[in-house]
Design a protein around this ligand. Structure first.
Ligand SMILES: Nc1nc2c(ncn2[C@@H]2O[C@H](COP(=O)(O)OP(=O)(O)OP(=O)(O)O)[C@@H](O)[C@H]2O)c(=O)[nH]1
Ligand SMILES: [Mg+2]
Length: 400
């Protein structure tokens, strides 16, 4: 009996599909309020189209094909409504070109003492020894480092002498020149994510606790997505479940899938799996976030070495980014040295440059490792990560 009723219902629905008569659009559930960021929220609700009416109303109890006992099992197929998949709301991050220029105000504000301070000192009428000492102090306070400071002061002294009388314009040009030389314009600062011979590109992010690794990994995923690339994230910080959640949240915002492992599991195997899944999914880049570790803890540093070796069973890493908190100053150099010994660092990310006057660390750390600063973090916002451009950086330091 029940079967007969079901069959009749189905037949009616199928007929309805043909006639376009049965289920009026008014019977549908009201649409949920649109997500705030969806671009089409201003559009009026779509008009019903031919064939729309054939859909089983969403509030109707759903029947599976097994419940419908019809010979041959071919007829009910027309009734099966495709599952309603709610597309997650995915953000389209803003493009990365010129980001440092956009964030320049922040740099200028925090690095005021360095660039403008130097300019003011250099503008003094009499550049006596005391003034040169002040210039030196300014550089040292900004963490430029002893050696680079001495070099810079020496060159400035020389050039100022040659110049004789100086206009403010000349001084600015001279300082810009010398600072640029110090920061270095020769480095290749692109983040390597596109190996020629294979996919995906593999990037690992390392550093001590709280420097901004996970945030940077999330921001970098956004940068890549903005550039039209597909990304898988590897949550190889297995110390805390919250760490994987944090990364996954970043990923979800831009539609990047996150590979995670059990809490307290082996980070190397999560990293390995992330690359494996990235390969299988055919994505462009796999970004691996690692747990913060003190460079003084040998066991943890060994573990990091292992993560790298295990991932390299797939392919060599394209990029190992060391994340340094710019506010920690010279201590960052010690960290850099130890990390570089364990995993070959290919690029430095300097975070929290918005909150320190110690921008000179850019110079010091590059000297220390012979590796370029490739990215800088200039805030907690999702798009506050910028490719490092020496010119924009120096301009921000000394102002226009
Ligand atoms: N102001 C500012 N804050 C930042 C920047 N980058 C990261 N942060 C903040 O620094 C804090 C730590 O960031 P995380 O990304 O969790 O650091 P982590 O290195 O992953 O930390 P662990 O995994 O615990 O070692 C967060 O509050 C971030 O918002 C930056 O460039 N500027
Ligand atoms: Mg983290």
């Amino acid at each position: 009996m029940e079967t007969v009723i079901l069959a009749v219902v189905i037949a009616v629905v199928v007929l309805g599909a043909i006639g376009g008569l049965i289920v009026g659009s008014r019977r549908r559930k009201p649409l949920p309020p649109p997500p705030p960021a969806a671009p089409d929220i201003t559009a009026p609700p779509a008009e019903p189209h031919v064939g729309d009416e054939a859909e089983t109303p969403r509030d109707e109890p759903r029947r599976t094909i097994e419940e419908v006992d019809l010979p041959g099992g071919s007829a009910p197929v027309a009734v099966e409504e495709p599952p309603v998949i709610e597309a997650p709301e995915i953000e389209i991050p803003e493009p990365t070109a010129g980001r440092l220029v956009r964030l320049r105000a922040r740099l200028s504000r925090s690095q005021n003492a360095l660039g403008k301070g130097l300019l003011t000192l250099l503008s003094r009428e009499h550049l006596d020894d005391e003034t040169w000492e002040e210039i030196e102090d300014t550089l040292l306070t900004a963490d430029v480092g002893v050696q680079p400071t001495q070099e810079l002061v020496e060159r400035l002294r020389e050039r100022v002498k040659v110049l004789g009388t100086r206009t403010p314009q000349e001084l600015r040009g001279l300082l810009r020149d010398e600072l640029l030389k110090l920061v270095g314009t020769e480095f290749d600062r692109t983040v390597k994510t596109e190996p020629e011979d294979r996919k995906p590109g593999i990037v690992m992010v390392v550093g001590v606790n709280g420097t901004g690794k996970t945030t940077t990994t999330g921001k970098l995923a956004r940068v890549l997505v903005a550039d039209g690339r597909t990304v898988v994230l590897g949550a190889a910080d297995t110390f805390r479940a919250a760490a994987a959640d944090q990364l996954q949240t970043w990923g979800e915002r831009v539609g990047a899938y996150t590979v995670r492992g059990p809490e307290a599991g082996d980070p190397a195997s999560v990293a390995f799996d992330a690359v494996k899944e990235g390969k299988e999914m055919g994505v462009d880049v796999v970004l691996i976030d690692t747990a913060g570790r003190l460079h003084t803890k040998t066991g943890l540093m060994d573990e990091l070495g292992k993560v790298k070796r295990v991932v390299e069973k797939h392919a060599p890493l394209d990029e190992v980014l060391l994340v340094l908190d710019a506010t920690t100053g010279q201590n960052g150099l010690v960290q850099a040295r130890v990390f570089a010994e364990v995993v070959d660092i290919t690029g430095i990310v300097l975070t929290k440059l918005d909150g320190t006057a110690k921008g000179g660390i850019v110079v010091a750390v590059q000297r220390e490792l012979g590796v370029p600063v490739k990215l800088v973090g200039l805030g907690e916002g999702a798009d506050d990560l910028a490719p490092f451009e020496p010119e924009a950086f120096v301009d921000a330091l000394i102002g226009d």
